[in-house]
Each structure stands twice: as structure tokens, then as C-alpha cells.
Design a protein around this ligand. Structure first.
Ligand SMILES: Nc1nc2c(ncn2[C@@H]2O[C@H](COP(=O)(O)OP(=O)(O)OP(=O)(O)O)[C@@H](O)[C@H]2O)c(=O)[nH]1
Ligand SMILES: C[S@@+](CC[C@H](N)C(=O)[O-])C[C@H]1O[C@@H](n2cnc3c(N)ncnc32)[C@H](O)[C@@H]1O
Ligand code: SF4
Ligand code: SF4
Length: 310
């Protein structure tokens, strides 16, 4: 573990203290809104050793948080090995998953070094869940088992990701607050996001909900208000039924404050640094996993980061 290392700053005074690591770009779902972390679906992947080399170099520049994502990260048969290797260099390891495989893996993930987990579940009824995830087989009960197993295994906090979609689930936020209260989870309300060139698409206009009004309403109801330093995202504590539920709101669209607090560099499944989710011309190909080469490329990528919404 590296102590007292200084971060590399980009030219907008943003330090990079975390990596968003896409460990694959395949998935057992086909969600109607999926951005695939700004990549295409493809079969590429880095080996656990290659991932460890990238993480070691990032840690040497002060990176202390790793977010594991995909595709669906739990489809990798070697995910436990990957986490164990990351853990040698970084403590705060989290994952975002659709949760289908989680009930089988939660304890192993925790033992390997995973600290916390975000589980995507965008509907509480089967029809909407199948429609959103593009599936014919219903894994929603497995996902709920996964949420419960994550708690039992000690992955804390458990967050439930909920992308708000007009006409599909935007009237279900209260139900999700009930669910999160019952399951001791943080509800993460997420605005459907897209790059500028997709904002006028039929799909986007049809389903996008601006979360600002919902956010204002939550703020009024809250008794405590904190910030997730990443993106300066608001986290509210809201008295709800017989308890208190925490709700985080992710409002990335046209939000310059969100981008000014973006402190992560991305790594794609096919071995590239990527400076921004919404850009498509910002890749730095990791052609060699040699330390010196990786260090130079890492610095180059960080220095090329530009806030998307300004
Ligand atoms: N525009 C943009 N959206 C992001 C970025 N990182 C995450 N998101 C979106 O934020 C939502 C939540 O992402 P998660 O992977 O669950 O969580 P996280 O952003 O890593 O943060 P934590 O909840 O603190 O672990 C998803 O819809 C992501 O697409 C980013 O750097 N830029
Ligand atoms: C790309 S997925 C990868 C991890 C995993 N497969 C999952 O779905 O949780 C990461 C997160 O981004 C969210 N997401 C995907 N496309 C999105 C979009 N266009 N707008 C907002 N969030 C999106 C997903 O719901 C999920 O919470
Ligand atoms: S589960 Fe995740 S990666 Fe898979 S399609 Fe849905 S959002 Fe995309
Ligand atoms: S600059 Fe903005 S859009 Fe790009 S990755 Fe960071 S927060 Fe996301």
C-alpha cells in the first residue's frame, strides 16, 4: 500500500485518485439504456497479471480507490484472483454489478478484498425488470438474494442503482425507498445519461427524466445532507416509514459541477486508458505492461482529461 504519494492533476486542477476498471465488455443482460462504460461490446479482456500491473502503477501515483465494472464483472471466472491482486495495492475496492451471480459469490468477494458493492435493480416488478434488462428469463429474485447476501457477507454500504426512466419506473421511487429501507441499502437514483450526439435520439427523449425536481423534493424531505466527494453527488438521509433511508442522486447531464469533481481515470477491457465516459476519441492504448511505459502513458492520459460538461 502506498502512503503519502501525490496525485497527478489534470490541466483543470482535478486530481486523479481512482480508477474505473472495466474488466470485461460482455454481459448476460441487454439493458435498454446501457452505455457499456463508453465502449462497444467486445470479447477483449486483460489478464489478472496485466490488471495488477496497471493498478500498481496507478497506486504509485496515489490512486486509492478502484471501481470494478464491466460489462458484467461477475461473469469473469477469475474475478476473485483479480480482486486479490488489486488488494495488494489498494484498499478501497468496490464493484458495480447487475447482481445475478452475487448470491453465489458475495462471501468469496468479501474475503478476496472487495469492500463495498453497488447492485443495479431498476424495477420491483417482473414485467418492467424484463423489459428494462432485455431478458426473457427473470433473474430478479436472484438479484434480491444477492443484495441480502452482500449484507451478510459484510460488503458495506450496499447501494441499489436505479436508472430513472420516464413512463417505466419514474413513479416507483417511493417503492424503491421502501425496498431500500427494508434491505438496509442506499438508494442511488441515476439520471439516464448520453453523449451530446445521442441526446436527440428517439430513445433518449422518450425515456430521459431530468432529476432536478426529484432532487429538490428529496432535499426538502431530508434531515441530513452529505456529499459523495466523487462528482460532488448529494446523499440525503430521509425519514421514511419507521426508519431513515439514504438516497444518493446522480445527475451527470449538463452538470459542470459533476465533471469538475470527476477524479477518476478509466481503463477499458481491451487495455486502454480512457479519460471520460462520454468521449469517444480519448483512448490511450496500453501497448506494453512494462512499468516505465505504463507510468508515462498514465501521466499522458491524466494530462489529457477534459471535463465533458463545462
Ligand atoms: N458521466 C459520468 N457518469 C458516471 C461516472 N462514473 C459513474 N457514472 C454513472 O454513475 C452511476 C453510478 O455508477 P456506479 O458505478 O454505481 O458508482 P460510482 O460512480 O463508481 O460511485 P460509488 O457509488 O461511490 O461507488 C452510473 O450510472 C454510472 O454510469 C463518470 O465518471 N461520469
Ligand atoms: C455499465 S453498468 C456495468 C456494471 C453492471 N453490469 C451493472 O449493470 O451494474 C454500470 C452502471 O451504469 C448504469 N448505466 C448504464 N447505462 C447507463 C446510462 N445510459 N445512463 C445512466 N446509467 C447507466 C447501470 O445501470 C449500472 O448501474
Ligand atoms: S447489466 Fe450492466 S453492462 Fe449489462 S447491459 Fe445492463 S447496464 Fe449494461
Ligand atoms: S468528465 Fe464528466 S462526463 Fe467525463 S467521465 Fe468525468 S464526470 Fe463523466
Amino acid at each position: 500500500m502506498m502512503d503519502h504519494v501525490s496525485y497527478i492533476y489534470d490541466n483543470f486542477k482535478r486530481p486523479v485518485n481512482s480508477l474505473r476498471l472495466q474488466v470485461n465488455a460482455i454481459c448476460n443482460y441487454n439493458c435498454m439504456f446501457c452505455h457499456m462504460e463508453g465502449t462497444d461490446r467486445n470479447l477483449s479482456y486483460m489478464t489478472p497479471d496485466e490488471i495488477e500491473r496497471v493498478v500498481r502503477v496507478a497506486a504509485s501515483f496515489g490512486v486509492s480507490r478502484i471501481k470494478i465494472t464491466g460489462g458484467e464483472p461477475l461473469l469473469r471466472h477469475d474475478i476473485i484472483d483479480i480482486i486479490k491482486r488489486i488488494k495488494r495495492h489498494v484498499d478501497d475496492i468496490s464493484m458495480t454489478t447487475n447482481g445475478v451471480m452475487l448470491h453465489k459469490l458475495a462471501y468469496e468477494l468479501k474475503d478476496a478484498g472487495l469492500k463495498r458493492i453497488n447492485i443495479s435493480m431498476h424495477a420491483l416488478n417482473d414485467n418492467d425488470y424484463l423489459k428494462i434488462t432485455g431478458n426473457t428469463r427473470n433473474f430478479r429474485p436472484d438479484v434480491i438474494d444477492g443484495i441480502k447476501s452482500a449484507h451478510l457477507a459484510g460488503l458495506e454500504p450496499v447501494k441499489v442503482n436505479f436508472v430513472v426512466l420516464k413512463g417505466i419506473n419514474d413513479d416507483k421511487i417511493n417503492d424503491m425507498m421502501d425496498f431500500c429501507l427494508e434491505n438496509d441499502a442506499v438508494l442511488q437514483l441515476i439520471e439516464y445519461e448520453a453523449p451530446r450526439n445521442m441526446e436527440n435520439s428517439y430513445e433518449y427523449i422518450k425515456y430521459h427524466v431530468d432529476l432536478r425536481n426529484i432532487n429538490d423534493d428529496l432535499m426538502k424531505k431530508s434531515i441530513e445532507y452529505k456529499k459523495n466527494t466523487l462528482h460532488n453527488r448529494p446523499v440525503y438521509s430521509i425519514p421514511w416509514k419507521d426508519g431513515i433511508v439514504r438516497v444518493e442522486v446522480v445527475m451527470p447531464m449538463h452538470n459542470s459541477d459533476f465533471c469538475m469533481h470527476c477524479t477518476r481515470l478509466r481503463v477499458t477491457a481491451d487495455g486502454k486508458f480512457k479519460t471520460c465516459l462520454l468521449r469517444d476519441n480519448d483512448y490511450f492504448d496500453i501497448k506494453s505492461f512494462d512499468d516505465d511505459y505504463l507510468r508515462d502513458l498514465y501521466i499522458k492520459a491524466v494530462k489529457n482529461r477534459i471535463p465533458y460538461w463545462r
